[in-house]
Design a protein around this ligand. Structure first.
Ligand code: ZN
Length: 85
């Protein structure tokens, strides 16, 4: 077991996930929302637009797209999807 710093709120906790138990439901909810958004939108302009459309903060979106499940999603059609990092 490791002490980890929650990527959302910054508190310290002991678990294997990257966010604390308090933030976990919101993290799961927002990742699902982002996944749905990626599935529905063929062309993405920028993280900022995704943030405006989903209500998820840019900071969290930047974190999500680093996860392998999202990089796979976004590679499905890279000719149409452009995210400016
Ligand atoms: Zn937290």
């Amino acid at each position: 077991m490791d002490f980890k710093k929650c990527e959302r709120c910054g508190c310290f906790f002991v678990t294997n996930s990257s966010v604390c138990p308090k933030c976990e439901p919101k993290e799961t909810f927002e990742m699902q929302k982002f996944k749905d958004y990626l599935n529905q939108n063929i062309s993405l302009d920028s993280i900022k637009d995704v943030s405006i459309n989903t209500g998820i903060s840019e900071k969290n979106l930047n974190r999500f797209i680093k996860k392998s499940e999202f990089s796979n999603l976004m590679k499905q059609d890279t000719s149409n999807i452009k995210i400016n990092l």
